[in-house]
Write a protein that binds this ligand. Sequence first.
Ligand SMILES: O=C(O)c1cc(C(=O)O)c2c(n1)C(=O)C(=O)c1cc(C(=O)O)[nH]c1-2
Ligand SMILES: [Ca+2]
Length: 680
Amino acid sequence: QSAQDAQERAATAVKRVDGNFIRANAAQKKTPDWPSTSLDYAETRFSKLDQVNADNVKQLGLVWSYNLESTRGVEATPLVVDGIMYVTASWSVVHAIDTRTGDKLWTFDPQVDKSKGYKGCCDVVNRGVALYQGKVYVAAYDGRLIALDAATGQKVWEKNTIEGQNGSYTITGAPRVFKGKVIIGNGGAEYGVRGYVSAYDAKTGEQKWRWFAVPGDPGKPFEDESMARAAKTWDPSGKYWEAGGGGTAWDSFAFDPELNLMYVGTGNGSPWAHKARSPNGGDNLYLGSVVALNPDTGKYVWHYQETPGDNWDYTSTQSMILADVKIGGKVRKVLLHAPKNGFFFVIDRSNGKFISAKNFVEVNWATGYDKNGRPIEVAAARGDKPYDSIPGPYGAHNWHPMSFNPQTGLAYLPAQNLPINLVDDKDWKFDQNMPGRPHAGLGWNLGKFANVEPPKSKPFGRLVAWDPVAQKEAWGIDYASPWNGGTLTTAGNLVFQGTADGRLLAYNAKTGEKLWETPTGTGVVAAPSTYLVDGKQYVSVAVGWGGVYGLAQRATERQGPGTVYTFALGGTAKMPDFVQYRLGKLVQGVKYDPAKVQAGTMLYISNCVFCHGVPGVDRGGNIPNLGYMDAAYIENLDKFVVQGPATARGMPDFTGKLSSDDIESIKAFIQGTADAIRPK
Ligand SMILES: O=C(O)c1cc(C(=O)O)c2c(n1)C(=O)C(=O)c1cc(C(=O)O)[nH]c1-2
Ligand SMILES: [Ca+2]
């Protein structure tokens, strides 16, 4: 009976979701539903609900938990309309849940071919769905955009968004629906792709427009005027189009209905190294930029480039928030942005004019921005010598959503310090068939293993409450680990955030005072959402450790499956039991030829380190660290590398790419490293 009830509610509720619904929901005194990934078109993640507030949040307790049955990263914000929740797990699996009971309504598994898991850089994650007029839209990891019936989970239409494009494309981002069109970008710039954004008719799936973020082969006609203009900022002697150029819009969008502009955050250069891509310099538009498009036509309107001539995987795909703030006595329509490069930007969203930028954590690639909005760079950050890049390619802020509370005037962002020592890879050549060689043109410096210093500055995480008008921190909370969850802020004067070490916390939004916390069984990377059901306020979060940092690293000994937790005042449900995770012993006794360690080091850097981490040094995240395996695994490494069983879980098949001699060298590196670091 209640299942049928839920299905009927799902059918009627989501039918009502359209542009008017999303705007009306945001305009209400209390925002009852959470109908879009960041709540509203302005992407604020600010809920006007205040039943749960700084005075009573201590009474928050679990109402139900729901097992997502996944072991990889969970990055989705749960959407909720009339008490029906839509959330995704890893491998782009959609779950519809009745929040009144915590029971499953339906699930939809797009059946992504798991042997293609390696095609993405950064875990087989998905950041959630979009809702519109009775349908649920999910973008599958393999590049398909799929529309489902919200009541039943049945597929209505499906489009391959990468048809006709060459390269290692994936999708991890949540679609948005602006003016009846489903908007989606792609990922893949670590492996050589050309970034673009596409719009599909929400009803039929017909492609309406596509805007490329970087120019293609200048020997061919440009798609539009914006590409012709961009091409002037690239050096054709670098043949940038062979590796795609990058600029992937793999995460965030925003929409201003009054200005009729939609905003796109674009990604890094592909290859990473500026010198390899564009040997004689150039800004390489539209990498590392915020770009405004006309949502009806996909036509370029303006851009502001945050990282000219990107060299560090400094994407600008991070959450963009539209706010109206008083600057110099005047209310300005601005866009707030804290991209990977470590600076907090305030941009006039009507015309793209730079207003201000200030670093929100320590950075060492630039000392600031001049009045024209150009970075004042530190030359050594592009030098020939290895450089402790702060931030490193993980970013000072990655995709973990930021929120903005107009009552406090503060933005809440999950910041971090995660330096990486980068060095030019002079031998780099684009090779479509090298799936594990992502850091095109820049080496991932493995410290002593590659005879260069490991980064001196230690990683940490920090929740930063940032005042965008004063361009300074109002308060901040340090965490021992980087890679903490996205934030939610509410009219109850609260900020919620999950952490890498497996907790969900609530802070006083004005002061940063910690008010409440609960264990979550596993690291949290996603952002919570909040909503009303039958007049009562709930807070939900989807947990599941992962994403790119979570592949090879972890910050807690506890490990649970992907799970949705839902909390309310007075909730008394019991937390599920959590599995304790233990590191094994360093591998011992694998026979190897010490002369092969050097070759094995280079092969390991090229093919393995990004997911498996440094043997015996990293701890292993949702992918095992090979330095802690039993010797039998390493002795039989060939059986895993060539048509191995793990291809069913996303590992590449290295058949024809690694010879048996190569595999012997990698074994030598793994055992040699374990022996070298074993305490004497
Ligand atoms: O350049 C790209 O196309 C691209 C795509 C993605 C992605 O789709 O997840 C990430 C990144 N880059 C990236 O640089 C990055 O740090 C990152 C982290 C994550 C994640 O989900 O944890 N994805 C991505
Ligand atoms: Ca990237």
